[in-house]
Design a protein around this ligand. Structure first.
Ligand code: 13P
Length: 286
């Protein structure tokens, strides 16, 4: 099985200053399509699951699907749990085979967040897994988590102290990024990424990937955003293609589910390939 540790993937990407695309998959079709795109691009890829997706399937069933679909894939793949404030879900996924988790405790004060994140890191190490940390909310509601309010930004010193003392393997800074489509062009604090990477040597996770410009992606990746999250673009490519297909099916009175699945798969593959290429991930499989 080509499953590799998250840290190995991100450390290579940070050293080479390219980004690993991390797609929020939703079901078997989107898992398979993202894996097909990574295979076509010969790129390492991160599949990430929201808590909502884990709960919708059941952890055991979702991992079973992942395991079956990843088995013959020739590129490195890692499975990550996206924003999760719930310690029981974190423990369940770590015990169930996830390679990495984002313990999202930004609603706690930093001291308590630090204390609990340190515990999560210790727990993850017992299964060889890795941890992404977060001390500021990323704006925007996604899969029922988060808020549309801008979060309080912590100082550089607080963020660096958190990263060093918890031992997290990756960190998700709030830099003006937001989940979902941007309502106006985002103004990003790219210097914060450079400062955090320089002070810690730890790769950053860029959240809110959908809607950033090509230049913003390239700049942030060159500064050390080694993990680049894409969720909304996957949902939109999948569902907009479904809508287009179903409208045509209705007009023609022709109902052919496998043809719908092919159209959905093609749309997700194209979306994923475009991002993998843009992030410099093509040809980076090992
Ligand atoms: P988008 O939905 O904006 O692509 O953000 C994805 C993300 O950051 C998942 O945590």
């Amino acid at each position: 099985m080509p499953v590799v540790a998250m840290k190995e993937m991100l450390d290579r990407a940070l050293a080479g200053r390219y980004g690993i695309a991390a797609f929020n998959i939703l079901n078997d079709l989107t898992i398979e399509a993202v894996l097909a795109a990574a295979t076509e691009e010969n790129a390492p890829v991160i599949l990430q699951t929201s808590v909502k997706t884990v709960r919708a399937y059941g952890r055991r069933q979702l991992f079973g699907i992942f395991e079956a679909l990843v088995r013959d894939v020739p590129v490195p793949v890692t499975l990550h749990l996206d924003h999760c404030p719930h310690r029981d879900v974190i423990s369940d996924c770590l015990a169930g085979g996830w390679n990495s988790v984002l313990f999202d405790a930004h609603e706690l004060d930093v001291a308590e967040n630090l204390r609990q994140t340190t515990e999560v890191v210790a727990e993850a190490r017992r299964t060889g897994a890795h941890v992404e940390g977060e001390i500021e909310g990323i704006q925007g509601v996604e899969d029922d988590l988060g808020s549309d309010e801008a979060s309080r930004i912590q100082s550089l010193e607080v963020a660096v102290d958190f990263i060093k003392r918890t031992g997290v393997d990756c960190f998700a800074p709030a830099i003006g990024n937001a989940h979902g489509q941007y309502r106006s062009a985002p103004v990003l604090d790219h210097q914060r990424v450079s400062d955090l990477v320089e002070a810690t040597g730890v790769p950053m996770a860029l959240h809110g990937g959908t809607g950033l410009s090509d230049e913003q992606f390239t700049d942030l990746i060159s500064r050390g955003c080694a993990k680049v999250n894409i969720s909304t673009a996957l949902k939109e490519s999948y569902l907009k293609e479904s809508l287009r297909f179903l409208k045509a099916a209705e007009a023609q009175g022709k109902w052919d589910p496998p043809a719908l699945f092919t159209a959905q798969r093609t749309a997700v593959i194209e979306m994923a390939k475009r991002h993998i290429r843009l992030f410099g991930g093509s040809g980076r499989a090992w």
